[in-house]
Ligand binder design. Structure first.
Ligand code: CO
Length: 210
């Protein structure tokens, strides 16, 4: 029986040949190290591949993905990625990119118990509680879900700003912009939510770390 994963290995060989045709030094250049300008924090959803939807190449983007593109300040995985991206790679932009129809966000809007993942979804429920007045006022559950995806992204951008990692970069005058985007799986387009944090002043006083 042919194994479906063999297709992936075959594709890899084809991809290598294609890259070498475009640039014979492609892999040699990449093997010398990385200097990406962007850190991407996105959803694990298979329909939202960071490089593909942004037309970027290997070496362009440092990537962290989890369910519902969350920035949870006790998540060692996220903190390690953020610390390395900001302090070592010195990325200039951090993009939190959510997506409409996000299963994690929609599950957090409901009440069904799923299992272990409920612990992760609870962080998203907290976002609902902060924005419940706006969200509860939207009668159409689809529209409410879309808005919930947007406010969740904006909260995650805030959560990035609250970290000492980001605030110390700003304190050292390291250029670092935080962005909030949402990808639409229906048409492939990314919407910029217009949140653009550049320094500690963009955060509420209570989060300032001196
Ligand atoms: Co998702």
């Amino acid at each position: 029986m042919e194994k479906s994963y063999n297709r992936l290995l075959e594709n890899n060989k084809k991809w290598v040949a294609e890259q070498l045709e475009i640039d014979p030094n492609f892999f040699e250049k990449l093997s010398n190290g990385q200097a990406p300008e962007y850190l991407w924090i996105g959803c694990s959803d298979s329909r939202v591949p960071a490089n593909t939807i942004t037309g970027t190449n290997p070496g362009d983007m440092f990537v962290h993905r989890n369910i519902a593109n969350m920035v949870v300040h006790s998540d060692m995985n996220m903190l390690s990625v953020l610390s390395y991206a900001v302090e070592v790679l010195k990325v200039k932009h951090i993009i939190v990119c959510g997506h409409y129809g996000c299963g994690g966000v929609l599950a957090a809007m409901g009440n069904q118990q799923i299992g272990l993942i409920d612990n992760w979804l609870r962080h998203i429920k907290d976002v609902y509680r902060y924005h419940h007045q706006e969200l509860d006022a939207i009668a159409d559950p689809i529209e409410r879900g879309r808005r919930f995806v947007e406010v969740n992204v904006m909260e995650q951008v805030h959560d990035l700003g609250k970290t000492s990692i980001v605030q110390n970069a700003w304190k050292n005058n390291q250029p670092l912009h935080l962005h909030g985007w949402v990808y639409d799986v229906h048409d492939g387009l990314i919407k910029d939510l217009g949140v653009n944090f550049k320094n500690t002043k963009d955060l509420h006083n209570v989060y300032h770390l001196d």
